[in-house]
Design a protein around this ligand. Sequence first.
Ligand code: CMC
Length: 431
Amino acid sequence: MTENNKSATLNLNGESYELPIFSPTVGPDVIDIRKLYAAAGVFTYDPGFTSTASCDSTITYIDGEKGELLHRGYPIDQLAGKSHFLEVCYLLLYGVLPTAEDLENFETTITRHTMVHEQMINFFRGFRRDAHPMAIIVGVVGAMSAFYHDSTDINDPRQREVASHRLIAKMPTIAAMAYKYTIGQPFVYPRNDLDYASNFLRMCFAVPCEEYEVNPILSRAMDRIFTLHADHEQNASTSTVRLASSSGANPFACIAAGIACLWGPAHGGANQACLEMLKEIGTVDRIPEFIDRAKDKDDPFRLMGFGHRVYKNFDPRATVMKQSADEVLDLLGVENNPLLQVAKELERVALSDPYFAEKKLFPNVDFYSGIILEAMGFPTSMFTPIFALSRTVGWISQWKEMIGDPQNKIGRPRQLYLGETQRDYIDIENR
Ligand code: CMC
C-alpha cells in the first residue's frame, strides 16, 4: 500500500492534523486515520461501517453505482456465463485463472477431500430432527476444529492451504447431511466421479434404494448459484470471519462464526425469508397490500430480496439469477410457476413506485434464487445453507489474505460511550 501525494486536513480544537490519503486501483480514495487517536485523542464514529474501509484487499471489487462486481478483476456475468464454480474458487484463492493442468489438480484435490470423518455423524445425531439446517451446520463446522488437528496451525502456510481445501470440499457434504438428517433419510456419501454441483445434488436427493441421475440442467443452474454467491468483499459475514480470525483463532471456528452471521434475515437468511414472503403474498392482486406495508414507517415489514448496502442501481448477480430462473423453470416445464409470476409483478410494481426509486431499492441476489432452488426441490430451510456453502470460498480467501498480511492486527473497534460515569455501589437494602 503506497500513499499518494494527497492528504486531508482535520481542524480540531484549534489544531490541524494532516491525514494521509490512499488511492485504490479503482474506487474511492480512503483517508488513513490509524494514527488519529494517538495524535488528536479522538475516535471516528461509524456504526455499521457505512464509510469505513476495514482492510485492504485484492480479491473482490464492487461499484455500487454502476452495479459492477469483479472477482480478481473479472466481471461476475462473465464468470457466471463462461466459468464454473471450482474455477472461480481457484481464482478467488490464488488470484489468477488456472491453467488446464492447475485446474485439474485443484479439482482432484477438492474431490479427494469431500468425505467427512465418520465420527462426525455423531454430531449430527445429537441434534433434534426439527433443527434448522443452519443451526446444525454452524455446530458441525465449528466441530471440525476437533477433527482436523493437522490443519489448524494458522502460522503454517501448508496447514492453511489444507484447511482451505477441506472447507471448500466438505461444506456441500455437511450441508447435504444436515438436510438428510432433518428429513430422516440416510446420509449419502460423496462420489468422486461427479462434479462439485452434481455431487451436492446427489447427496441431497439420492436415496439408497434407487439410482439417482443428476439432471445436467439443474447441475449447471446449481453451479451458477454457487458462483454468484462465491464472494462479496467485506460484507457482514466476511467481516465476522476476519474479526474472529484476527485473534489467531482456528480456521474452522472462524468459518463457523461467518456462518452464524450469514444466517440473519438481513444477510444470507433473506433468500428463505424472500420465498416465504412470495408465498405469503400468493397472488398478484395482493401485491399492493405488501407494497404499502413495506412503505409504512410503523410496520417493521420489509420487502425481502430488495435493497442493498452497496448496490444502488442494480445487483449484477440478480440480473444473472433472473435469467437463470427463467431458463430453469422453462426447461423444467414450469414456466407458469405462480411464485415467479408474483416475483416478476412485485419487481415491476416496486420499481415503478417512487418510494423504492428514491431509496434506490432494487432486487438483490436473493430475490430470484429461492424460486430456482424451490423448483429444484429444496425446502426453504436449505436456501441459506446453500448460500453458506457457496460463500465459504470467499470467507477462506479473505481469511488467507488477512493471515498472510504482515500488517494483520487483532480487530478492536472503539466506541462512543453514553453510559453512566463512575458511581458508588449501593448495598441491596438501600436500593
Ligand atoms: N423494503 C422496504 N424498505 C427498505 C428496504 C426493503 N427491503 N430496505 C431498505 N429500506 C428502507 C429503510 O426502511 C430505510 O428507510 P428510511 O431511510 O426512511 O429509514 C432506507 O430504505 C435505507 O435502509 P437501511 O436499512 O438504512 O439500509 P442498509 O444499507 O442498512 O440495509 C439491507 C441494507 C440489505 C439490510 C436492507 O435493504 C434490507 O433489510 N433488505 C431486505 C433484506 C435483504 O434482502 N437482504 C439481502 C441482502 S443481499 C444478500 C446478502 O448480502 O446477504
